[in-house]
Write a protein of this length. Structure first.
Length: 135
């Protein structure tokens, strides 16, 4: 409110110009473009490029968190195999990211304690075998 009264007083005295009023608005608009709109457009373009580059055989994750392998692509529809002989049809736009199984396998192999991961059931069986309690 104080700023508006100063601007109004300057414009009445004839000392201010209309350009002086628009410069801050232009700067705010430019800041919004570079901080909000431009990064969002980049993300949107990258997501569209990913969805266009999906091919049969890729492992993907949908926006709802379902993992599966692409078995068929028809226009805007992708068929995902989520389990043995279980396929589901999803919109191509619902594919959020590609899962790089080769990279995760390489990371697992490069880990210092590169032993295979075990499930809780396997851990219990291993513990029982060590204790000699297997029946």
């Amino acid at each position: 409110m104080h700023v508006l009264s100063i601007i109004a007083a300057d414009s009445k005295s004839g000392g201010g110009s209309a350009l002086g009023l628009f410069v801050p608005m232009i700067l705010i608009g430019a800041a919004m473009y570079f901080l909000m709109i431009r990064p969002q457009r980049r993300k949107m373009r990258a997501q569209q490029e990913l969805q266009r580059s999906i091919e049969v055989g890729d492992e993907v994750m949908t926006t709802s968190g379902v993992y599966g392998f692409v078995t068929l692509i028809e226009d805007d529809i992708a068929w995902l195999e989520i389990d043995d002989n279980v396929q589901m049809r999803v919109a191509r736009a619902a594919i959020q990211r590609r899962v790089d199984t080769a990279q995760t396998a390489a990371e697992d192999a490069a880990a210092p304690d590169a032993k295979p991961r075990q499930t809780k059931i396997e851990d219990a069986a291993t513990k029982d075998a060590v204790d000699g309690d297997i029946k």
